[in-house]
Unconditional design. Structure first.
Ligand code: HEC
Ligand code: HEC
Length: 224
Protein backbone atom coordinates (compact mmCIF):
# COMPACT_ATOMS: atom_id res chain seq x y z
CA UNK A 1 0.00 0.00 0.00
CA UNK A 2 2.69 2.47 1.00
CA UNK A 3 4.84 1.38 -1.91
CA UNK A 4 1.92 1.82 -4.34
CA UNK A 5 1.38 5.33 -3.07
CA UNK A 6 5.05 6.10 -3.42
CA UNK A 7 5.05 4.75 -6.96
CA UNK A 8 2.04 6.85 -7.78
CA UNK A 9 3.84 9.98 -6.62
CA UNK A 10 6.99 9.00 -8.46
CA UNK A 11 5.11 8.52 -11.72
CA UNK A 12 3.27 11.82 -11.28
CA UNK A 13 6.57 13.57 -10.55
CA UNK A 14 8.22 12.01 -13.60
CA UNK A 15 5.30 13.07 -15.79
CA UNK A 16 5.55 16.63 -14.45
CA UNK A 17 9.27 16.69 -15.12
CA UNK A 18 8.77 15.48 -18.69
CA UNK A 19 6.05 18.05 -19.28
CA UNK A 20 8.39 20.75 -17.99
CA UNK A 21 11.27 19.77 -20.30
CA UNK A 22 9.21 18.93 -23.41
CA UNK A 23 6.03 20.98 -23.79
CA UNK A 24 3.17 18.90 -25.20
CA UNK A 25 2.79 21.19 -28.22
CA UNK A 26 6.45 20.75 -29.17
CA UNK A 27 6.13 16.98 -28.99
CA UNK A 28 3.02 17.09 -31.16
CA UNK A 29 4.69 19.32 -33.73
CA UNK A 30 7.75 17.07 -34.01
CA UNK A 31 5.48 14.04 -34.42
CA UNK A 32 3.33 15.71 -37.08
CA UNK A 33 6.41 16.92 -38.96
CA UNK A 34 7.74 13.35 -39.08
CA UNK A 35 4.54 11.28 -39.27
CA UNK A 36 1.57 13.51 -40.04
CA UNK A 37 -1.36 14.00 -37.66
CA UNK A 38 -3.37 10.94 -38.69
CA UNK A 39 -6.23 13.22 -39.75
CA UNK A 40 -5.19 14.07 -43.28
CA UNK A 41 -2.05 16.13 -42.73
CA UNK A 42 0.94 14.38 -44.34
CA UNK A 43 4.42 14.34 -42.76
CA UNK A 44 5.75 17.85 -43.46
CA UNK A 45 9.30 16.58 -43.84
CA UNK A 46 8.45 14.49 -46.91
CA UNK A 47 8.43 17.72 -48.88
CA UNK A 48 10.12 20.26 -46.60
CA UNK A 49 12.91 17.75 -45.59
CA UNK A 50 13.82 16.71 -42.02
CA UNK A 51 16.09 19.75 -41.46
CA UNK A 52 13.38 22.08 -42.80
CA UNK A 53 15.61 23.19 -45.69
CA UNK A 54 13.13 22.38 -48.46
CA UNK A 55 13.77 21.04 -51.97
CA UNK A 56 14.52 23.31 -54.89
CA UNK A 57 13.35 21.01 -57.69
CA UNK A 58 9.89 20.49 -56.21
CA UNK A 59 9.43 24.15 -55.28
CA UNK A 60 9.16 23.12 -51.61
CA UNK A 61 10.28 26.12 -49.54
CA UNK A 62 12.64 26.17 -46.60
CA UNK A 63 10.77 26.59 -43.31
CA UNK A 64 13.72 26.26 -40.91
CA UNK A 65 14.53 29.46 -39.05
CA UNK A 66 11.68 31.46 -40.60
CA UNK A 67 9.67 33.74 -38.32
CA UNK A 68 6.98 31.81 -36.40
CA UNK A 69 4.25 34.43 -36.83
CA UNK A 70 4.95 34.55 -40.59
CA UNK A 71 4.78 30.74 -40.92
CA UNK A 72 1.57 30.59 -38.94
CA UNK A 73 0.02 33.35 -41.05
CA UNK A 74 0.89 31.37 -44.19
CA UNK A 75 -0.68 28.17 -42.86
CA UNK A 76 -3.83 30.14 -41.99
CA UNK A 77 -3.80 31.70 -45.49
CA UNK A 78 -3.57 28.27 -47.17
CA UNK A 79 -6.49 27.05 -45.06
CA UNK A 80 -8.65 30.11 -45.78
CA UNK A 81 -7.67 30.25 -49.47
CA UNK A 82 -6.13 33.77 -49.52
CA UNK A 83 -3.02 31.87 -50.60
CA UNK A 84 -4.27 29.45 -53.22
CA UNK A 85 -2.22 26.25 -53.40
CA UNK A 86 -3.95 22.86 -53.69
CA UNK A 87 -1.15 20.86 -51.99
CA UNK A 88 -0.84 23.11 -48.96
CA UNK A 89 -4.59 23.74 -48.70
CA UNK A 90 -5.00 20.03 -48.05
CA UNK A 91 -2.30 20.07 -45.36
CA UNK A 92 -3.32 23.28 -43.62
CA UNK A 93 -7.03 22.44 -43.57
CA UNK A 94 -6.29 19.10 -41.92
CA UNK A 95 -4.49 20.83 -39.02
CA UNK A 96 -6.20 22.42 -36.04
CA UNK A 97 -5.37 26.03 -35.23
CA UNK A 98 -3.29 24.83 -32.26
CA UNK A 99 -1.37 22.40 -34.51
CA UNK A 100 -0.66 25.16 -37.05
CA UNK A 101 0.71 27.36 -34.28
CA UNK A 102 2.81 24.54 -32.79
CA UNK A 103 4.26 23.62 -36.22
CA UNK A 104 5.08 27.26 -36.99
CA UNK A 105 7.01 27.53 -33.72
CA UNK A 106 8.67 24.14 -34.28
CA UNK A 107 10.06 25.05 -37.72
CA UNK A 108 11.02 28.58 -36.63
CA UNK A 109 13.29 27.10 -33.96
CA UNK A 110 15.20 24.86 -36.37
CA UNK A 111 18.65 26.22 -37.34
CA UNK A 112 18.37 28.46 -40.41
CA UNK A 113 19.68 26.83 -43.61
CA UNK A 114 19.66 27.57 -47.32
CA UNK A 115 17.78 25.18 -49.61
CA UNK A 116 20.38 22.92 -51.30
CA UNK A 117 21.02 24.07 -54.90
CA UNK A 118 18.73 27.03 -54.27
CA UNK A 119 19.85 28.84 -57.43
CA UNK A 120 19.54 25.71 -59.60
CA UNK A 121 22.20 23.35 -60.88
CA UNK A 122 23.03 25.32 -64.06
CA UNK A 123 24.17 28.94 -63.69
CA UNK A 124 21.55 31.52 -64.63
CA UNK A 125 22.82 33.86 -67.35
CA UNK A 126 22.31 37.46 -66.27
CA UNK A 127 25.09 39.45 -67.99
CA UNK A 128 23.30 42.78 -67.46
CA UNK A 129 22.94 42.14 -63.67
CA UNK A 130 19.20 42.62 -63.89
CA UNK A 131 18.52 40.57 -60.76
CA UNK A 132 20.98 42.43 -58.59
CA UNK A 133 19.83 45.82 -59.90
CA UNK A 134 16.17 45.12 -59.12
CA UNK A 135 17.05 43.71 -55.72
CA UNK A 136 19.34 46.50 -54.57
CA UNK A 137 18.10 49.55 -56.52
CA UNK A 138 14.62 48.74 -57.81
CA UNK A 139 13.19 50.37 -60.93
CA UNK A 140 11.84 53.75 -60.02
CA UNK A 141 10.47 54.48 -63.51
CA UNK A 142 7.93 51.73 -62.78
CA UNK A 143 7.64 52.51 -59.07
CA UNK A 144 9.39 49.30 -58.07
CA UNK A 145 11.35 49.93 -54.85
CA UNK A 146 14.53 47.99 -54.14
CA UNK A 147 13.50 44.62 -52.70
CA UNK A 148 16.11 44.94 -49.94
CA UNK A 149 14.31 48.02 -48.57
CA UNK A 150 11.71 45.68 -47.12
CA UNK A 151 13.37 42.26 -47.17
CA UNK A 152 16.61 43.47 -45.55
CA UNK A 153 20.18 43.64 -46.90
CA UNK A 154 20.88 40.59 -49.08
CA UNK A 155 17.26 39.49 -48.50
CA UNK A 156 17.90 38.21 -44.96
CA UNK A 157 14.36 39.06 -43.85
CA UNK A 158 13.02 41.56 -41.30
CA UNK A 159 10.78 40.49 -38.42
CA UNK A 160 7.44 38.81 -38.91
CA UNK A 161 6.33 40.89 -41.90
CA UNK A 162 9.16 40.63 -44.43
CA UNK A 163 10.26 37.02 -45.03
CA UNK A 164 13.85 36.17 -45.96
CA UNK A 165 14.45 35.59 -49.67
CA UNK A 166 18.16 34.68 -49.37
CA UNK A 167 18.88 30.99 -49.89
CA UNK A 168 15.25 30.23 -50.71
CA UNK A 169 15.04 28.39 -54.04
CA UNK A 170 14.75 30.39 -57.26
CA UNK A 171 11.95 28.04 -58.33
CA UNK A 172 9.92 28.80 -55.27
CA UNK A 173 10.61 32.57 -55.25
CA UNK A 174 9.66 32.89 -58.93
CA UNK A 175 6.47 30.89 -58.34
CA UNK A 176 5.48 33.26 -55.50
CA UNK A 177 6.14 36.39 -57.56
CA UNK A 178 3.94 34.96 -60.32
CA UNK A 179 1.28 33.99 -57.78
CA UNK A 180 1.21 37.57 -56.43
CA UNK A 181 1.06 38.88 -60.00
CA UNK A 182 -1.89 36.66 -60.95
CA UNK A 183 -3.57 37.29 -57.59
CA UNK A 184 -3.77 33.60 -56.62
CA UNK A 185 -1.71 34.66 -53.58
CA UNK A 186 -3.41 37.72 -52.14
CA UNK A 187 -2.58 37.53 -48.45
CA UNK A 188 0.11 40.26 -48.62
CA UNK A 189 -0.55 43.25 -46.34
CA UNK A 190 -1.84 46.32 -48.26
CA UNK A 191 -1.28 44.49 -51.56
CA UNK A 192 2.43 45.40 -51.35
CA UNK A 193 3.69 42.39 -53.31
CA UNK A 194 0.77 42.39 -55.75
CA UNK A 195 1.57 45.98 -56.74
CA UNK A 196 5.28 45.32 -57.15
CA UNK A 197 4.90 42.06 -59.07
CA UNK A 198 2.54 43.69 -61.61
CA UNK A 199 5.47 45.77 -62.83
CA UNK A 200 7.78 42.77 -63.27
CA UNK A 201 8.22 40.77 -66.50
CA UNK A 202 8.90 37.02 -66.50
CA UNK A 203 12.57 37.80 -67.20
CA UNK A 204 12.68 40.25 -64.25
CA UNK A 205 11.16 37.59 -61.99
CA UNK A 206 13.58 34.87 -63.02
CA UNK A 207 16.58 37.19 -62.65
CA UNK A 208 15.68 38.57 -59.23
CA UNK A 209 14.65 35.11 -57.95
CA UNK A 210 18.02 33.68 -58.98
CA UNK A 211 19.91 36.56 -57.39
CA UNK A 212 18.22 36.13 -54.01
CA UNK A 213 18.50 32.32 -54.16
CA UNK A 214 22.28 32.71 -54.45
CA UNK A 215 22.64 35.03 -51.42
CA UNK A 216 24.11 33.45 -48.26
CA UNK A 217 21.65 32.33 -45.60
CA UNK A 218 21.97 32.52 -42.69
CA UNK A 219 23.91 35.74 -43.34
CA UNK A 220 27.63 35.42 -42.52
CA UNK A 221 27.59 37.93 -39.63
CA UNK A 222 25.00 35.93 -37.71
CA UNK A 223 26.90 32.64 -37.87
CA UNK A 224 28.43 31.59 -34.57
C1 HEC B 1 3.33 17.15 -50.68
C2 HEC B 1 4.31 18.15 -50.32
C3 HEC B 1 4.09 18.99 -49.08
C4 HEC B 1 3.82 18.56 -47.80
C5 HEC B 1 3.57 17.15 -47.32
C6 HEC B 1 3.80 19.75 -46.98
N1 HEC B 1 4.08 20.86 -47.74
FE1 HEC B 1 4.19 22.79 -47.07
N2 HEC B 1 4.52 23.45 -48.98
C7 HEC B 1 4.53 22.66 -50.11
C8 HEC B 1 4.57 23.49 -51.28
C9 HEC B 1 4.57 23.03 -52.73
C10 HEC B 1 4.61 24.83 -50.83
C11 HEC B 1 4.64 26.10 -51.69
C12 HEC B 1 3.21 26.49 -51.98
C13 HEC B 1 3.08 27.69 -52.88
O1 HEC B 1 3.70 27.69 -53.95
O2 HEC B 1 2.38 28.62 -52.50
C14 HEC B 1 4.58 24.77 -49.37
C15 HEC B 1 4.60 25.89 -48.55
C16 HEC B 1 4.53 25.86 -47.17
C17 HEC B 1 4.60 27.03 -46.31
C18 HEC B 1 4.82 28.47 -46.73
C19 HEC B 1 6.27 28.87 -46.54
C20 HEC B 1 6.61 30.29 -46.92
O3 HEC B 1 7.80 30.63 -46.90
O4 HEC B 1 5.73 31.09 -47.20
C21 HEC B 1 4.46 26.56 -45.03
C22 HEC B 1 4.45 27.40 -43.77
C23 HEC B 1 4.32 25.12 -45.09
N3 HEC B 1 4.37 24.72 -46.40
C24 HEC B 1 4.19 24.29 -43.98
C25 HEC B 1 3.95 22.91 -44.04
C26 HEC B 1 3.67 22.08 -42.88
C27 HEC B 1 3.62 22.58 -41.46
C28 HEC B 1 3.47 20.81 -43.34
C29 HEC B 1 3.10 19.56 -42.55
C30 HEC B 1 1.84 19.59 -41.83
C31 HEC B 1 3.64 20.85 -44.79
N4 HEC B 1 3.93 22.14 -45.17
C32 HEC B 1 3.54 19.74 -45.62
C33 HEC B 1 4.51 21.27 -50.12
C34 HEC B 1 4.24 20.44 -49.03
C1 HEC C 1 7.22 47.62 -49.50
C2 HEC C 1 7.80 46.40 -48.94
C3 HEC C 1 8.23 45.31 -49.92
C4 HEC C 1 9.07 45.45 -51.00
C5 HEC C 1 9.75 46.70 -51.53
C6 HEC C 1 9.22 44.11 -51.54
N1 HEC C 1 8.51 43.21 -50.81
FE1 HEC C 1 8.40 41.19 -51.12
N2 HEC C 1 7.16 40.97 -49.54
C7 HEC C 1 6.69 42.00 -48.76
C8 HEC C 1 5.80 41.46 -47.75
C9 HEC C 1 5.06 42.26 -46.68
C10 HEC C 1 5.75 40.05 -47.96
C11 HEC C 1 4.99 39.01 -47.13
C12 HEC C 1 3.62 38.80 -47.65
C13 HEC C 1 2.85 37.86 -46.73
O1 HEC C 1 2.70 38.18 -45.55
O2 HEC C 1 2.41 36.82 -47.21
C14 HEC C 1 6.61 39.79 -49.10
C15 HEC C 1 6.80 38.52 -49.64
C16 HEC C 1 7.60 38.25 -50.72
C17 HEC C 1 7.81 36.93 -51.29
C18 HEC C 1 7.23 35.61 -50.75
C19 HEC C 1 8.27 34.95 -49.84
C20 HEC C 1 7.87 33.61 -49.28
O3 HEC C 1 8.60 33.08 -48.42
O4 HEC C 1 6.85 33.06 -49.66
C21 HEC C 1 8.67 37.08 -52.33
C22 HEC C 1 9.19 35.98 -53.23
C23 HEC C 1 8.98 38.49 -52.43
N3 HEC C 1 8.32 39.17 -51.44
C24 HEC C 1 9.86 39.02 -53.37
C25 HEC C 1 10.14 40.39 -53.49
C26 HEC C 1 10.99 40.93 -54.53
C27 HEC C 1 11.71 40.13 -55.58
C28 HEC C 1 10.99 42.28 -54.36
C29 HEC C 1 11.65 43.33 -55.22
C30 HEC C 1 11.33 43.32 -56.64
C31 HEC C 1 10.18 42.57 -53.18
N4 HEC C 1 9.68 41.39 -52.70
C32 HEC C 1 9.98 43.83 -52.67
C33 HEC C 1 7.04 43.34 -48.86
C34 HEC C 1 7.87 43.90 -49.82
Amino acid sequence: MRIDRWRGHAIAAAALLMAATLPAAAQDAATIAAQGNGKGAAPCQTCHTPDGGGQASGGFPRLAGENAAYLQAQLDAFASGTRDNPVMKLQASALTEAERKALAIYFSRMPAVATPDAAGTTPFADPEHLGETLATRGRWSKQVPACVQCHGPGGVGVGADFPPLAGQSANYLAAQLKAFRSGSRHNDPMGLMRNISHSLSDRDIDAVAHWFAAQPFPPKESRP
